[in-house]
Design a binder for this molecule. Structure first.
Ligand code: FAD
Length: 365
C-alpha cells in the first residue's frame, strides 16, 4: 500500500511537471515578448501603484506570486532564471517552524537538480533517505528506492522544513529580477473578468496594489484566497501529532519508518543528524487535548506499545516533556472555477499528507 503511494507520488510529480510545463512555462515563453512590449508602454502613477498608460498592466513585473513556501519559492526562482520579472509577496519571511514538508522523495530531489535548486538541501544538516522500513504486527522489512541507475547523489532528503524553505527563498531572492517582499495579500484584483493583480498589506501595514499580467497563488493549505479561485470540498480525514525525538537511533538508518499501527500509521524519519521526527496519525478531525493531558495519555497507552523498541524510551521522554504539535491532514481535490484567468497552484490543489506521498515534490514541479 505504502509503496503504491510512493510510486503514486513520483508519478504525480512527473505528470504535474509535464502538465505545468506545457500549460504554463511553454505558453508563456512565447507570450513573453508580447508581455514585455506592453510593459514598455507603461508609466508610474505616483501613488504607490504602477500601471500602464491604458491602465491594464504593471510597468515592471511580469508575474506576481502569492506565497513563498516550497511552491512559490521554486516557481519564483524558475521564472526568474527564465528572465521574468517576478514580484513575490510572502506573509512571513522569517524561518518557518512547521511539522510539514520535511521529507523530499528522490523524484523531488531530481526536480531540484533540474531547476538548479539542489544546493537548497546543503548546509541544513539534511539527511539522505534511501527508502522505507515497514513495521506491522511485530514484523518489519526494508524497501529501498530503485536508485541504481542514478548518480550517487540522488536519494530522498529529510530536513527541517524551515531551513529548506529559507534556502529556496534565498535562491529566488538572489536573482536580480526577483523581488521578494514581506506582505499579506488580502484580495485578488479583478477587472473585466481577468485577474490584474493583488491588494496587499506590506510589512509597515500600508495597503498597496500590485499589478501584473499574471498572478499565481501559492498560498498553501490555510489560503484565504482559495474561495475566489476554486471551490474544493475540503476534507480532514485525520490529524498528525508531531514530536521530535532526540538521543536515539532509527532501526534502519537513512530510511523513513512507517508503522502500520492500529488505528492508523505512525511515521519516523530523521530531520537532522540528532533529531527524529515522529508523526502520529490520529483519525478524525478532533485530536485528544494536549493541555488537559489526554494527548499524552493517548500517546503512551495506544501509540507507544506499537513503536519499535529502539525508539520507545526517547518517545516516552518526548511525550513527558510535552513538546507536541498537531496539524490537520487535508484532502482538497482541484475544483477551479471556469474563469479566463485560470486556477492557482500549490496548496490549492494538492496540500495533503505527507511522508508517504511526496507533496513537496509536487509543489516543486
Ligand atoms: C502534517 C503534514 C506533513 C507533511 N509532510 C510532508 C512531507 O514529509 N513531505 C512532503 O513532500 N510533503 C509533506 N506535506 C505536504 C507539504 O507540506 C505541502 O505539499 C507543501 O507545504 C505545499 O507547499 P506550498 O508552497 O503550496 O504551501 P505552503 O508550504 O503552505 O506555503 C504557503 C506560503 O504562502 C504564504 N501565504 C499564505 N497566505 C498568504 C497571503 N495571503 N499573502 C502572502 N503570503 C501568504 C505562507 O506564509 C506560506 O509561506 C505534509 C503536509 C502535512 C499537513
Amino acid at each position: 500500500m505504502v509503496d503504491q503511494y510512493i510510486l503514486g507520488g513520483v508519478l504525480a510529480s512527473v505528470m504535474g511537471f509535464v502538465l505545468f510545463y506545457n500549460l504554463f512555462l511553454k505558453k508563456n515563453r512565447s507570450a513573453s515578448t508580447e508581455i514585455r512590449d506592453e510593459c514598455v508602454k507603461s508609466t508610474a502613477t505616483g501613488n504607490g501603484e504602477c500601471r500602464s498608460k491604458d491602465g491594464d498592466v504593471d510597468v515592471d513585473v511580469d508575474v506576481i506570486i502569492v506565497g513563498a513556501g516550497v511552491a512559490g519559492a521554486a516557481l519564483a526562482h524558475t521564472l526568474g532564471k527564465d528572465g521574468r520579472r517576478v514580484h513575490v509577496i510572502e506573509r512571513d519571511l522569517t524561518e518557518p517552524d512547521r511539522i510539514v514538508g520535511e521529507l523530499l522523495q528522490p523524484g523531488g530531489y531530481l526536480k531540484l537538480v533540474e531547476l538548479g535548486l539542489e544546493d537548497c538541501v546543503e548546509e541544513i544538516d539534511a539527511q539522505r533517505v534511501y527508502g522505507y522500513a515497514l513495521f506491522k504486527d511485530g514484523k518489519n522489512t526494508k524497501l529501498s528506492y530503485p536508485l541504481e541507475k542514478f548518480h550517487s547523489d540522488v536519494s530522498g532528503r529529510s530536513f527541517h522544513n524551515g531551513r529548506f524553505i529559507q534556502r529556496m527563498r534565498e535562491k529566488a531572492a538572489n536573482l536580480p529580477n526577483v523581488r521578494l517582499e514581506q506582505g499579506t495579500v488580502t484580495s485578488l484584483r479583478e477587472e473585466k473578468g481577468t485577474i490584474i493583480g493583488v491588494q496587499y498589506k506590506n510589512k509597515s501595514g500600508e495597503e498597496l496594489t500590485a499589478y501584473a499580467p499574471l498572478t499565481i497563488v501559492c498560498d498553501g493549505c490555510f489560503s484565504n484566497l482559495r474561495r475566489s479561485l476554486c471551490n474544493p470540498k475540503v476534507e480532514v480525514p485525520s490529524c498528525f501529532v508531531g514530536l521530535i525525538l532526540e538521543n536515539c537511533q532509527l532501526p534502519y538508518a537513512n530510511h523513513g519508518h512507517v508503522i502500520l499501527a492500529d488505528p492508523s500509521p505512525i511515521l519516523f524519519y530523521q530531520i537532522s543528524s540528532t533529531e527524529i521526527r515522529c508523526l502520529v496519525d490520529v483519525p478524525g478531525q478532533k485530536v485528544p487535548s494536549i493541555s488537559n493531558g489526554e494527548m499524552a495519555k493517548y500517546l503512551k497507552t495506544v501509540v507507544a506499545p506499537q513503536i519499535p523498541t529502539e525508539l520507545y524510551d526517547a518517545f516516552i521522554a518526548t511525550v513527558d516533556k510535552g513538546n507536541m504539535r498537531t496539524m490537520p491532514n487535508r484532502s482538497m481535490p482541484a475544483a477551479p472555477y471556469p474563469t479566463p484567468w485560470g486556477p492557482s497552484n500549490g496548496g490549492c490543489i494538492q496540500h495533503a499528507p505527507s511522508l508517504d506521498r511526496g507533496r513537496n515534490d509536487c509543489s516543486i514541479v
